[in-house]
Design a protein around this ligand. Structure first.
Ligand SMILES: [Zn+2]
Length: 608
């Protein structure tokens, strides 16, 4: 994951200087990542190390502040200021201190420990990391709220293709010829300044959006206002041909109300359709209009799909995640749309043409976003889709400069580490007749995964033996593929299953990863007839063992792929994670795991 990447680049602490060649480091964007307490100074040019001379750190008092002078740097944007609601950092200011120096000033508490700060260099970005510092700011503003009650929220009408991740590379060439995004960028330029919540004190209505202007420019018809704009599904009407967008929960300013403008054969106007709904009507021969949202979520550009050229690029350059958030930083303001579907949520990044697949995958690997998929929006950008459970709450936030998106997930059952529930010790009973194969993975010279003198084969055998004992006590016939430390080949394990006329097959394994932080429980199945068996057992393990739920996966493991009866392979934890290894080596977790597996098997048998 990305943190590992960072540590490679951590190269200086306070008081040190770094030496680079003498080119100028042009800072073209500054991003805050308040979830991870990072300040990111990015250049759109080449690498940081080749462009920056040195960083000098100093301390000033009254008020106490710490500064970094980035010599050989220029700020290609105006001075930036952020105020924090934090006990450590009160304010951060970035400005051009003199023609060749950019100064970053952190206004800190009097007893701020400067060893909490480190500088990280990565690609085109210099990152100031504030370790253990809680930054709370208004950097991210909410752009999307997932409300079940609001039906018909309309965010975009572009179809998402089924292209896989590899196809994204070919998107670049497709974009060369036909590209809407410079238009979009230009249309919104100067509009990324965030206005805080609607200032509509004199309006009696509780409204989310106040429409202040409707104009046409070279790029399309631009509707602007204050607040969060949402659109309902458009209607196309004839005689004359027109497209109608209703804007719920909105009010139109009096000076533009019902004033029709006509430019080059296209007429448009916005009226108050009802007390809390405005209506935009575009009358034109060609009514193929798509709404594209501005980076600040306060404007919509209605683009006619028949007219779109250009080449400005935006790239997703960096990814962060924590327990419930996934943040993507871009090198230019992102134009996006978010919508909830029956399966989950879709985030369309209209002007984003490249992303770092490896960093992306690493960042989401262990997060609630790990099922998020990237696909191509042909000629337009990228689309992220995330399947969601019904009760999951999704919110979208946009960075104040439009160059970061924060996706936030709450109530995701599968990722929350639940406190160990008090499951009553119900006697397990099975009254029918069943034969279950219990397979302890590996054995003999095949150790499975090994860490710190702990062997997977031993843990597997211990748990499998307990499972067999539990099942036998409950009246199930059990056959173990091995009951001692011996080697059994994979085909032999499968033969044991078929030769015994088994009804179910369960294989017990311990997981391992090169990343020591990874932990949790996985259940694998391969054949479709094994899915509900996998789900039943997995749920029992998660409930009883109460460790990280990594999910149920379809995986082509030999033993579950070659067995005809419902067959699953349980990875009961990670031997590569110190905590989990110690737990798995001890009796309690093994017992709880075995109990849960037996419970799941009996539950499944009784359901059948
Ligand atoms: Zn194994």
């Amino acid at each position: 994951m990305f943190r590992r990447l960072f540590t490679v680049f951590i190269f200086i602490f306070l008081g040190m200087q770094m030496a680079f060649s003498s080119e100028v480091f042009k800072i073209t964007s500054i991003n805050l990542d308040t979830s991870n307490s990072l300040i990111l100074l990015s250049s759109s040019m080449s690498q940081v190390q080749s462009e920056m001379n040195n960083v000098k750190i100093g301390v000033l008092s009254n008020p106490k502040r710490l500064y970094f002078d980035l010599k050989g740097a220029t700020l290609n944007i105006g001075p930036q200021n952020w105020y924090f609601n934090s006990k450590d950092i009160k304010q951060v200011r970035v400005s051009q201190f003199n023609p060749e120096t950019v100064r970053v000033v952190l206004y800190t508490s009097d007893n701020f420990d400067k060893s909490k700060i480190s500088l990280i260099k990565s690609d085109k970005t210099l990152i100031i990391q504030l370790k253990d510092v809680v930054c709370e700011t208004d950097y991210f503003q909410q752009v999307y709220t997932d409300e079940k009650t609001s039906s018909g929220k309309y965010y975009e009408n572009l179809s998402i293709s089924d292209t896989d991740i590899n196809a994204i590379k070919s998107a670049e060439s497709a974009i060369e010829s036909q590209d809407i995004m410079k238009q979009v960028q230009n249309a919104f330029s100067g509009q990324t300044v965030v206005q805080k919540k609607p200032i509509i004190k004199d309006l009696k209505l509780k409204t989310g959006y106040y429409i202040t202007s409707l104009t046409m420019n070279n790029n399309g018809i631009l509707l602007s206002g204050v607040g969060e704009v949402t659109l309902e599904k458009p209607m196309i009407l004839s005689n004359p041909k027109r497209i109608v967008f209703d804007i719920p929960n909105s009010i139109t300013a009096y000076n533009i109300l019902n004033k029709t403008k006509t430019v080059g054969g296209v007429s448009f106007r916005v009226g108050q359709f009802s007390t809390s709904k405005s209506r935009l009507v575009i009358t034109s021969e060609n009514v193929d209009y798509s709404p594209v949202y501005s980076p600040d979520g306060q404007s919509v550009l209605f683009i006619n799909n028949s007219s779109m050229p250009t080449q400005k690029r935006n790239n997703a350059v960096r990814y962060y995640k924590d327990k419930s958030n996934f943040i993507i930083s871009f090198d230019a303001p992102v134009v996006h749309g978010i919508k909830r579907t029956s399966e989950g949520v879709v985030v369309n990044l209209y002007n984003t043409y490249s992303f770092n697949e490896k960093d992306f995958n690493e960042a989401i690997a262990q997060s609630p976003f790990r099922q998020m998929k990237v696909s191509l929006l042909p000629k337009v950008g990228l689309s992220l889709s995330l399947p969601l459970e019904k009760n999951a709450v999704f919110n979208g936030y946009l960075g104040a400069d439009g160059k970061a998106i924060k996706l936030s997930l709450k109530n995701v059952q599968t990722k929350i580490e639940k406190p160990k529930p008090n499951i009553p010790e119900k006697p397990l009973k099975f009254k029918g007749k069943a034969i279950v194969i219990v397979d302890a993975g590996h054995g003999g010279h095949d150790y499975g995964a090994m860490r710190e003198g702990v062997n997977e084969k031993d843990i597997n055998l211990d748990i499998a033996t307990m499972v067999a004992q539990n099942l036998t006590k409950s009246g199930v016939n059990v056959v173990m593929t091995r009951d001692s430390d011996e080697f059994i080949s994979l085909p032999d394990r499968v033969s044991i299953c078929s030769n015994n006329n088994a009804d179910l097959f369960v294989s017990v394994h311990v997981n391992a990863s090169v990343k020591p932080e990874i932990n949790g429980i996985e259940t694998h199945y391969y054949n479709q007839n094994s899915l509900s068996f996998a789900n039943t057992v997995h749920e029992c393990i998660i409930n009883r063992v109460a460790k990280k739920d990594r999910g149920v996966f379809k995986s082509k493991f030999y033993v579950i792929n070659h067995t005809e009866v419902p067959a699953i392979l349980v990875e009961v934890g990670f031997i590569s994670n110190e905590t989990e290894r110690n737990e798995l080596a001890a009796k309690d977790r093994k017992q709880a795991t075995a109990k849960a597996i037996s419970e799941g098997i009996i539950k499944y048998l009784n359901l059948k």
